[in-house]
Structure formats: C-alpha cells, structure tokens
Design a protein around this ligand. Structure first.
Ligand code: NAP
Length: 559
C-alpha cells in the first residue's frame, strides 16, 4: 500500500521527488507533524541511485560525507563498505533510511507530475499527475534532482537500431549480459568514464565514440574495514564540520599556498601526492589559481596530460585522450578506475568524432562519416539537461499565468536558488543558482531542505498563505551569481556548469547559462542564514482572501 490508497487530494506540502532531497524533506515534514506527501515518477525511491544502474556507477564523494547527517543513530548503524560506495549499496542505504524512519508510507510512486498551476485566489498549487489526478497543496517542494533529465543525441535512426540500446540513466534493472557482445559507448563524461573502466574486460568488443575528451584522475577507491568505520563514526561531527568549511562541501580543502608562492618542484610534489590520494583532492585540494588563472591552469593541465601519456601505451591514442579545448577542472571532474588502461586492451577502440562525426544510427549499429560499425548494444552516455532540465519538463505556471520554462528560456533567475518571483510557495532546496547544485550534493541538500523547512514554519507562524521572493531580491541574486562566473575559468568551458548541452535547443555552446552558484558552501550558507536571521526581508509574506479553500488547507495554514 502506498500513500495513494488514502485517496487524499489535498496536503499542506507536496514534495516532488523521492531521491536524497525528497527523503530528507519528507523526514523533516513528518517530524514536524506537517501533512505532506512525496510524488515520484519512478517505481521506488532513490532518485539518481534508483535510475543510474550502469556498471561502475558509484559515488565520487567519500561515502561517509555523502550519507545523511541528521540522525546519530543512523550514523552509528550504517557501515559504508567502500570509500566510494557503488550504486546498489547506495540504493540499499536510501531504502534503509526510508524504512528506518517509516517514510515510505508518505511516498507515492509511478506518478509523474505533468503540470502545476498556482491559484492566486486561494494561494494553493494545483498539481496534475499522469495518473489523472489533480492534487492541491499550500507549498510545493521541488526535489527533482540536478542531473535527472537525460538527453539523447539529435541523431537520425535511433529507433531503427535492432539491437539493444539505452541511455545510461535508463540502464535496465535486470542484469544486462555483456559477455560476448559488441558494445558502443557514445560519450566520455563522468558516466562513460566509470562505465568504460568497468566493462572493458567484460565485453567482447568495446568501441568508444568520443567527441571531446575529458580530463580525469584516479578515484583510488578502497574498502572500509570495521575498525576504520568505527573510527569514522567517532569522527562524524568533525567530518561534517570539515565539509561545512570547504567550498565544495567535501573533505578536500584548497591548498592555502599561492600557486606562484611556491617553486615548480613544490607544486609537482603536491600534485604527485594528490594524484595517488582518494577522491577529489587532485581537483579541490589544489591551488585555488587553477580555477581562475589561465597560466596556472595550463601548467597543471600539462602535468595531468603527462600522467595520461604514462598510462596509455599507444602515443596516438594518448594524445586523443588529452583535452585541448579546456583546462583541467573547469568542467566537472570525472574520477576513474582503470579508464586509461582500458585503451591498452585489444578489444577496446576509440573513434574520434572530431575527425569522423556520427552521421546516423542504422539498423545494425552506427555510421560515421568514415564507415559503418555493427553492434549488439549501443549505450548513450550522453549526459543531462543539467539542473533546469527537470524543471522545464514540468509545465509550471505561476500566479500570473507565466510559465517557469519561458521565464528561464535564456537561463534561470532565482532568489538564493530556492525561490522564484511570480511563483509563490514554490521551494527548491537544490534549485538552479544555489550552492547545493555545485557541491557535495547531500551536504547542500541538507542545507537547502533545512532552509526551506524553516521558511515554511516561519510563514505558518505569521499566518501567511503566500510566500514570494521580491523581484528586486531575485534580480540582485541572479546578478551576483552571474558576476561570480566572470571570475571563473569554467565560464569558457562547454560543460554542464555553464548549462551547455549540444542535444538541447538553446543550450548549445556560445551562451553561458548561470545555473550554479560558484561562491562555495560557507559563503552560501552564511548568506541564506543571514536572510533567515533578518526575518526574510527579501521575501513578501501575505495572507490572501482564501475563500472556499479546502478545510484541510485552512486548518494547516492557521495551526
Ligand atoms: P556529461 O559529462 O555531460 O558527458 C556527456 C558526454 O556525452 C560528453 O562526452 C559529450 O561530449 C557526449 N555527447 C553528448 N551528446 C553527444 C552527441 N550528440 N554526440 C556525441 N557525443 C555526445 O554527462 P555524464 O557523463 O552523464 O555526467 C554528467 C554529470 O553527472 C557529471 O558531470 C557528474 O556531475 C554526474 N555524475 C556523477 C558521478 C559520480 O558521482 N560518481 C558519476 C557519473 C556522473 P561533449 O563533451 O563533446 O559534449
């Protein structure tokens, strides 16, 4: 039995999405006794970790910095088995959390939200689902994920292929037998890099179709023993406090020294150490200048290029795997396990789409400008319409009839990444232009969910039925976010941090979309906490003439 059997049509809060953010949001609401439900299009909870089942899928955040921090009991009970835990284990964790806190009964699955409309006469959202229902609520919390709108190439013939094909996001739930198969992987982003390293020795033949190479560095994963886990448990407070101090909300802190204050030998010494360390240290414990200074970035990129050359036997292939159009770390860094070594295998081939672009999908495989290839399986590791994509896929209409997708056509504008003027009572704990969208996700999620929950409670205390960021505050925030891009080299890169996606009309290279906040977690948290501490002067609270609203809504607004 899921929550749908109650046949309720009104809640105080509807949370859309049962991933990491939705799970934490419903936990907070249930604890506060707020009438709420979670809707998710998936068959079960887990979000990212429900959908992405491709081989090799795992964290690149340290597992023990990824888990929820809100329950000491949970922290004490859960044993992370690997430093960077794999998808099946991560999904098991989220199910464990939901079951432990009895949250599943507040969740409704196989239920896609198609449209939402704000009713200004009653200060309610009307939410339409694909199973034909119309629900209403005072607040909607959009916990719809950051990378949850997968995109396919705009290629002819995708449906003509007679073998099996899927986007990595939709990797089948039942195991895919790869033995003896000829497999194509299109893309060389973080997903493909994990997948290729994992399946290279399991398939008969693997052909990687690479349009642009990506910088990548070793994950250096390892098991976590019982003794290590005991030690981690004893240090959880320190671990989360340390994450809160770093820009990325990871354990990796930038090197305090200036790039040019130390000698080249000292720089290389640091890089040699970081290359062999687990996780994002090579990216985030580096000198800050690699993100802002072209020359510093170029020197470090050359260092990594040399590392790639050392790992790939064929010098011509090695050169193809080294990015030329962007420096290290200005796109989201993929971490890899045996990725470069995969190209040393006889059964792994690299097709450079820069030289011979894809022309179409055929019944038997793929056609480039050079030749036809035959495959049993084609895997599209072609990425996501990042951050705003999931919002664009719901028809969201604000109080004046304006559509959110239209408002954000040229890029999002928000207040703190969590509210949108014209769309009252719509909360986005990890929305575009929030820091949560660019950092260790669960740490950002907890910050965002806590802030949104506090805002709902504040509105309740004031007896407000409508909560809306002012136009001016939104304009200021959006400008602040845009200014931060000007300081960062990432603004020049064709990565999802700039909203680039060649497969989505209007998202092609050329125009930077300011979709993430680049000021880092500590600064973001101090800004949002300050807004709350000053009683939200940038937000208008009002109590409308709510006429004949449902009795449940009247009760919850005044309780
Ligand atoms: P991505 O980084 O956007 O990479 C997509 C890849 O597909 C790129 O190599 C892209 O080439 C290629 N591509 C896209 N359209 C194409 C087309 N029409 N023809 C040929 N090639 C095409 O996507 P992703 O690898 O799925 O990763 C997205 C994000 O998910 C990551 O940055 C990360 O934040 C997250 N992620 C996290 C983990 C983890 O935590 N462990 C693992 C996987 C993913 P171009 O570069 O030329 O566009």
């Amino acid at each position: 039995m899921d929550a749908r059997t109650e046949a309720k049509s009104h809640y105080e809060v509807i949370v859309i999405g049962a991933g990491v953010a939705g799970i934490y949001q419903i936990k907070r609401l249930v604890d506060l006794g707020i009438d709420a439900t979670v809707l998710d299009s998936a068959g079960d909870l887990g979000g990212t970790w429900y959908w992405n089942r491709y081989p090799g899928c795992r964290f690149d955040s340290e597992s023990y910095t990824y888990g929820f921090s809100f329950s000491r009991e949970l922290l004490d009970e859960w044993h992370w088995k690997e430093r960077f835990s794999s998808q099946p284990e991560n999904l098991r964790y989220l199910n464990y959390v939901a079951d432990k806190f009895d949250l599943r009964k507040h969740m409704q699955f196989n239920c896609q939200v198609e449209a939402m409309r704000f009713d200004p006469a009653r200060d309610l959202w009307h939410v339409r689902t694909d199973d034909g229902r119309e629900l209403s609520c005072r607040f909607v919390v959009l916990a719809i994920g950051l990378l949850s709108a997968p995109t396919m190439p705009r290629l002819e013939g995708i449906a003509d292929f007679k073998g099996r094909s899927f986007h990595t996001y939709y990797w089948p739930r039942e195991p895919v037998d790869l033995a003896g198969k000829k497999v194509a992987v299109i893309g060389t982003g973080a997903t493909a890099i994990q997948l290729i390293g994992e399946i290279a020795d399991k398939v008969d033949d693997l052909t990687v179709f690479q349009r642009r190479p990506n910088w990548s560095a070793p994950l250096n994963n390892s098991a976590i023993s019982d003794a290590e886990m005991d030690d981690i448990r004893a240090r959880y407070d320190q671990i989360f406090a340390a994450c809160a101090r770093t820009p990325g909300a990871f354990l990796h802190e930038p090197d305090p020294r200036g790039f040019y204050e130390v000698t080249r030998e000292e720089r290389v010494k640091l890089w040699d150490r970081l290359y062999d360390e687990p996780g994002f240290g090579i990216w985030l414990s580096n000198f800050r200048e690699i993100f802002t200074d072209e020359a510093a970035n170029a020197e470090f990129s050359d260092y990594i290029a040399e590392r790639i050359r050392r790992r790939v036997n064929d010098p011509a292939i090695a050169e193809k795997l080294i990015p030329r159009d962007h420096g290290f770390g200005v796109q989201r860094l993929p971490l890899e396990t045996r990725y470069f070594e995969a190209y040393n295998r006889d059964n792994v081939h690299l097709v450079d789409l820069g030289e011979t672009p894809l022309v179409r999908v055929t019944e038997t495989g793929l056609r480039t400008t050079a030749r036809d290839f035959e495959f049993d399986i084609i895997v599209y590791a072609t990425g996501f319409d990042a951050i705003t994509g999931a919002y664009d896929r719901i028809d969201i209409e604000g109080r004046n009839g304006e559509k959110l997708a239209d408002l954000w056509k040229d890029g999002p504008s928000t207040f703190l990444g969590m509210l949108v003027h014209g769309f009252p009572n719509l909360l986005m704990p990890t929305g575009p232009q929030s820091a949560s969208a660019s950092t260790n996700f669960p740490r950002g999620i907890e910050n965002g969910v806590n802030w949104c929950t506090d805002l709902m409670l504040y509105a309740r205390r004031r007896g407000a039925t409508r909560v809306e960021a002012t136009r001016e505050a939104q304009a200021r925030w959006t400008e602040h976010v845009a200014k931060m891009y000007e300081m960062m080299l990432l603004r020049k890169a064709k990565g999802w941090f700039t909203g680039y996606n060649s497969n989505v009309a209007g998202h092609e290279a050329g125009k930077v979309r300011h979709i993430v906040y680049n000021g880092g977690t500590p600064k973001f948290v101090s800004i949002i906490n300050d807004v709350a501490a000053r009683d939200y002067p940038e937000i208008a609270f009002s109590r409308g003439d709510i006429g004949d609203e449902p009795a449940a809504a009247r009760a919850s607004a005044t309780s």
